[in-house]
Every structure is written in C-alpha cells, then in structure tokens.
Design a binder for this molecule. Structure first.
Ligand SMILES: [Zn+2]
Ligand SMILES: [Zn+2]
Length: 328
C-alpha cells in the first residue's frame, strides 16, 4: 500500500509567475485529498504529473511550464477525482481557489459528493464563496472541525490540532494503519478452512466445527503504518509537535529562510526554516518537506543548509515535487 504526495504549490500570500500557492495533493487507492486550495490551485493541478519530479525552477522571472488540458492524461491528475478537501484556515491564499475547483469538478462530470473540512467558520465561508458557484451536480458536505476531531476516508484516518496563527487554523495528521501479518502456516496447522482466513485477517474471531479461533492465534506482531503531518501558517507549538509525533513525513511551512527574519516570523505567526526543522526534530519525524515560502524568499534552496543543520532529513520543496510513502 502506498501514499503518493505532491506539492501542488509552495508559495504563501499570493501566486507568483513561477510559484503557485501552497497546497498538497495526496493519493491513496485512487482517491485524492487536497490540502488547501488558494487562487490558481486548479491550474497547477492540471499540469501536475505523479512521479515526474521536475527540477526546482530557476529563482525568479521564469514563467510557469506551459499548461495543456491534455496533461490530465497519463500520469496526470483528474481534478474530478478529488473527494476530500482539507482547509487549514480561512485566509485567501488557502481557500480562495475553492469555487473554481468545484466548478471544474462539475464540468468534468462529477456527481459524487465532495467533503470539505476545516476550522470553525468553514461551512459559512464555503456557502459565501458558492454565491459564484451555486449550482453543482453533486453535494458539497462541509464540516467545521474542532481540535482533536477525527475523520476517515476509506482506511485513512485523519485528525487535527489547533495551530497558532492570526486566525483559527488547523493542522492535520493522516494515518494509514497497517494490519498485522497473516500467518497461513499457523492457520493450516489449526485446520482453519480458507473461507475463514479473511475474517481472521480483519481481526475477527471465527468458529467452525464447534471450534473457536481468535485472531491472535494466526496473526503476527503489530506493524508500523504510514503517517503524514500537514502544518502551515503557524508558529511551532507543543500541540503541533505531538500531532506530528513519529510521522513518516511532515509537510511544514517555512515562510522565511533566513534566521534574521525570525522576529518577522513571530510577528506574522509563521516559521523560519530553522524553526520548522526544530519542530521536525522534536517530533521525531522521518522526513521534513518545507513549503509556503514568502514571496520575498526568491530562492528557498539557498537556505536549505540552515534547516539541515538542525534536521538533516529536510527537503526544501518546490512546485510539483512528489514522493511516495510505502510500508516498510
Ligand atoms: Zn498562508
Ligand atoms: Zn494565513
């Protein structure tokens, strides 16, 4: 089982000619989850290709790669397939792209409901944004989340924690649990008929021929699943450290690269690269992926070393960077 992750954009505040607004796309079992949807997110989604991993764009003044509708073909993203949208907070750079995205899903023939989750006020904000997209051929199901609320998409489990920003902001964690290994030799030894194996794999107790077999008798040790933390527009906090604890991947804002911008980060409730790296180290995650760069941060990789000093497993993200997480 695999979780595919792509950075749709990596910018904060406003989309730039060579940097879309910060947004993450996650794919599991053919289902798509979008984290944040600023202005232009659907344009970037259209030219995103899983696994293509383009090199980081040159710093400034370079226009985006050409965008063709045909990009939805091989390796591309079908916008209609986005089932769940997670919104961090109600600042324009994280939500203003929503009505356009929903309209495009409608134009692509979607009829299944779309779920949108976010902080308190989300449902009201979506209702207001939908003044320009009132008729959609599917239900838009909004849910205002409180700290610690949980949600599910197939076998993915999600939860959220309160971030520390100028407006109410949520950070998310997605977990893909892994079942215990089934030991067929043990099942055969116990004479369990094959039709009962799938129930034991699901950790259900079964009975046959007047005998009872518990899952523990045919299953191995618990196994590590996969987990992703999604943290943006916030100061580092203990609650976020616990949310991301032990995650395979922490996608985290690094609005400022230079340590000299730390006072500005405090004032505007964002993080520097070094602060994000400290959060990753304290949470003992496996990998840190930085995003949400200030428009004034022209060349984010220039400050990579500052983050790596604190947390070596850091990647400075760029638009359309993608990776896959697999069960180890
Ligand atoms: Zn932002
Ligand atoms: Zn913000």
């Amino acid at each position: 089982m695999v979780l595919d992750v792509a950075l749709v954009g990596t910018g904060g505040m406003m989309p730039l000619p060579n940097r879309w607004l910060s947004s993450v796309l996650i794919r599991h079992n053919g289902r798509l989850i979008l984290f944040d949807c600023g202005e232009g997110t659907q344009i970037s989604l259209r030219s995103l290709r899983w696994g293509a991993n383009p090199p980081a764009p040159p710093p400034a003044g370079t226009p985006h790669r050409s965008i063709a509708a045909a990009d939805e073909g091989q390796g591309g993203v079908h916008i209609a397939h986005i089932d769940l949208v997670l919104i961090s907070h109600l600042h324009g750079d994280h939500i203003a792209g929503l009505p356009g995205l929903l309209l495009t899903q409608a134009n692509s023939g979607r009829t299944e409901p779309v779920d949108i989750l976010g902080p308190p006020g989300l449902s009201d904000a979506v209702t207001k944004l939908r003044v320009i997209a009132p008729y959609l051929p599917f239900d838009v199901r909004c849910r205002d989340l409180a700290e610690g609320d949980t949600f599910e998409l197939d076998d993915l489990r999600g939860t959220c924690a309160l971030a520390d920003h100028h407006v109410t902001c949520l950070a998310y964690r997605l977990d893909l649990p892994r079942g215990r290994e089934f030991l067929p030799a043990r099942a055969r030894e116990l004479g369990v008929p094959i039709e009962h194996w799938k129930h034991l794999q699901r950790e259900e107790t079964i009975s046959f021929d007047g005998r009872i077999v518990a899952p523990d008798e045919v299953l191995g040790e618990p196994r590590r699943g996969l987990s992703i933390g999604l943290v943006t527009d916030t100061r580092p906090t203990p609650a976020l450290r616990e949310l991301a604890r032990g995650a395979d991947l922490l996608i985290c804002e690094g609005t400022y690269g230079d340590d000299e911008d730390q006072p500005r980060a405090v004032e505007r409730k964002h993080m520097t690269f070094a602060e994000a790296a400290q959060l990753a180290r304290a949470a003992e995650v496996r990998q840190l992926l930085l995003t949400h760069f200030s428009p004034a941060l022209v060349d984010p990789p220039k400050y990579a070393a500052r983050a790596e000093e604190v947390f070596p497993q850091t990647v400075v993200g760029h638009d359309h960077f993608s990776l896959s997480l697999k069960f180890s």
